[in-house]
Ligand binder design. Sequence first.
Ligand code: MF3
Ligand code: CO
Length: 266
Amino acid sequence: MIIIKTDEEIDLIRKSNLLLGQLHGELAKVLKPGIKTIDLDKLAYEFIMDHGGKPSFLNYRGYPNTLCISVNDVVVHGIPGDYVIKEGDIVSIDSGIELNGYHSDSAFTYAVGEIDQEVWTLLKVTKEALYKGIDQAKPGNRVGDIGFAIESHVKKFGFSVVRELTGHGVGKYLHEEPAVPNYGIRGYGKRLKKGMTLAIEPMVNMGTHKVVFDQKDGWTVRTADGKPSAHYELSIAIGEKHADILSTFDYIYSAIKDNPNLSAPE
Ligand code: MF3
Ligand code: CO
């Protein structure tokens, strides 16, 4: 069942996403070569607790942390640990916060130091694909229109979208219906209506779309060919005519300006 939200509920989801945006900004201040991913996770946990929230991912289906930190060939669900970030990495940080009963969900991929030109293009195209998907998230359209827009853009550059993982509804629960695949057929799927709130999150691989699920930790998703993967995610509400973006990357971009180790496509 797709849960339609009132304007008041959408404002609560926006508030949760505003705090999440600020958290992403704090992380972007300290992300640099030499930092351990677990230290970013600790900072995130403290930040969320200090602001009256709860980390949405922590204990979700047994997930052990506040953040998913996915480096290079890790697509999503990288578990923070002893890995030390190094120059040339691409780092996706994904998190969610439950605030006043409503969840937020958003992710961003950074370039740490100098990265290959083609990897930069991967980041750029993935982020563009996110906004192309969001453009289709409007009343009257269908879920397939979002995925179609995302995959069409990605394919133009010879990249591929991951098929085993999708975007989703978000609100009272971190994951609600409908699933929002990053591929689709125009005019197919559930009809989009005002008051739906969705997390749209293209996961784009430079090479094969195929992924491998880590059997030991039960979470880490890697590209099957070891090539890099990028991930950007925003939570949105479907308004009268178009999508209302509830998450924000603004704090990330202002932090990047003052962090010489980081960059990301505009
Ligand atoms: N943004 C991801 C998602 O929407 C992260 C969820 S990871 C989990 O699926 F740890 F919460 F499971
Ligand atoms: Co999500």
